[in-house]
Ligand binder design. Structure first.
Ligand SMILES: Nc1ncnc2c1ncn2[C@@H]1O[C@H](COP(=O)(O)OP(=O)(O)O)[C@@H](O)[C@H]1O
Ligand SMILES: [Mg+2]
Length: 431
């Protein structure tokens, strides 16, 4: 095929790409990269008041998604655009523009130049409970807004929480890759979320809705105050059991100086029964958040946080996400049916025991936990906590379609495909 034919066969929206000058890579996700770019919006467009402007240009973060990586599941990207369109809140990342080429989708977001939440905390000096309360207030304001607009995010976790600017408290919720519109009393059954952050009703496929975001917010709060996540089992079955039991431990070494209010707040959110969790609006009224401003002489939590948390490994491969998905599906079956039975170890080997062939960084664990074996698992869990179980349209949506659930329930049958096909496709993505 000649060059002209190739250009001629680009989708209509491809011409929008000319308005972008691409710059450095900001992050890597499951389906491609996020790159900073300088965008010259077409005349007569909205004013983008909150955008980061340089001259006549707007600095944006462009999520570049390889269509091949979606394995025919192109609707997933349209869903991400659909969910974000029309949203306007200081704690929700804004989508400015989107277009596609033959091979890729491009989603242009408001640039969050302050970076990921935990990276910023790891790089700053003092960090107190008051600071944590500010972070969680922003997070809950964003969640409240989403829930008011009938959207469940489903992937609330540290790497999806970004600071708008390096020297600002303004935090935005990003990554609407598996977010969903949901009607009142509607229940989703797909297995979607991130191990360690996902609520038990998700793992058990019992049907879930808005309360999953409150659970995840509770996990983020816990992790924010100590640097390790509360549910750290390395085996899938064990992790599900831990979440189901929702047993929280506040190890003295890192929690002795943390207030009872903070612990009560975490306990309120990490409730195994979704009906027992507060709504985002109720959580915002919790004493811990309301009294945060009054607190003085607060203990510096940053030392413990830094000892326990290191920047995530950026796994370039999606393989492990898929492995995790499968294992969770299998383990969930067991947990629902025969709770307490011993799972076969081959099925339930945790994903992090199979390092990806394209592992982005080293195995180094810098940890203060060597002397504290009770917390040793946290270190291993860290490897896995950044994976999102993205069934996307896999069996999940066809499931929901069958049950008439979700706005996406109307999607065509062409996306019905099983995990094996996706797996085969992902194998091709290794490079
Ligand atoms: N608007 C943004 N501004 C700055 N960085 C971003 C922005 N959106 C995403 N990133 C970076 O790219 C990473 C991946 O983006 P995300 O939307 O979470 O993709 P994925 O769905 O693949 O996880 C984020 O964790 C973050 O580091
Ligand atoms: Mg993400």
């Amino acid at each position: 095929m000649g060059l002209m034919e190739h250009i001629g066969s680009q989708p209509e929206s491809y011409k929008q790409k000319k308005a972008y000058k691409f710059e450095e890579v900001l992050g890597t996700g499951a389906f491609g990269e996020v790159k900073q770019a300088s965008w010259t919006p077409p005349p007569g467009n909205p004013h983008y008041d909150d955008a980061q402007k340089v001259g006549g240009h707007i600095e944006v973060a462009v999520k570049v998604i390889k269509k091949k990586a979606l394995k025919g599941d192109l609707q997933a990207v349209h869903d991400e655009v659909e969910v974000l369109t029309g949203l306007n809140h200081p704690n929700i990342v804004k989508l400015y523009d989107s277009f596609e080429s033959k091979e890729k989708f491009y989603l242009a977001f408001q640039l969050a130049s302050g970076g990921e939440l935990f990276e910023k905390i790891a790089s700053r000096g003092k960090f107190t409970e008051g600071d944590a309360a500010t972070v969680i207030t922003h997070l809950l304001e964003g969640i409240k807004y989403l829930h008011d607009h009938h959207i469940v995010h489903r992937d609330i976790k540290p790497e999806n929480l970004l600071y708008i600017k390096p020297n600002s408290d303004q935090l935005v919720i990003a990554d609407f890759g598996i977010a969903k519109h949901i009607e009142d009393n509607e229940s989703l059954t797909s297995l979607a979320g991130s191990p360690g952050y996902a609520a038990p009703e998700v793992l058990l496929k019992q049907g879930h809705g808005k309360p999953v975001d409150l659970w995840s917010a509770g996990v983020v709060t816990y992790t924010l105050l100590c640097g390790y996540i509360p549910f750290r089992a390395t085996g899938t079955q064990e992790l599900i059991e831990e979440c189901k039991a929702a047993k929280l431990e506040f190890h003295n070494k890192y929690w002795s100086k943390v207030s009872d209010d903070a612990k009560a707040f975490i306990r309120a959110l990490i409730q195994p029964n979704p009906d027992d969790r507060p709504t985002a609006e109720q959580a915002l009224k919790h004493k811990w958040l309301v009294d945060a401003a009054k607190r003085q002489h607060e203990h510096d939590l940053s030392e413990g946080f830094k000892a326990n948390w290191t920047p995530s490994r950026r796994w370039k491969s999606s393989i492990n996400t898929l492995i995790a998905t499968r294992r969770f599906a299998q383990a969930a079956e067991k947990a629902r049916g025969t709770s307490g039975s011993t799972p076969s170890s081959s099925e339930l080997t945790p994903a992090d025991e199979h390092p990806p062939r394209t592992s982005a960084s080293t195995d180094e664990y810098n940890t203060a936990e060597e002397d504290d074996p009770g917390l040793h698992d946290a270190i291993r869990r860290r490897d896995r906590e950044h994976e999102t179980v993205r069934e996307r349209e896999l069996q999940a949506k066809s499931h929901e379609r069958e049950r008439g659930e979700g706005r996406q329930g109307r999607r065509s049958a062409e996306r019905d495909r099983d995990l094996n096909q996706i797996s085969a496709g992902l194998e091709g993505l290794q490079t």
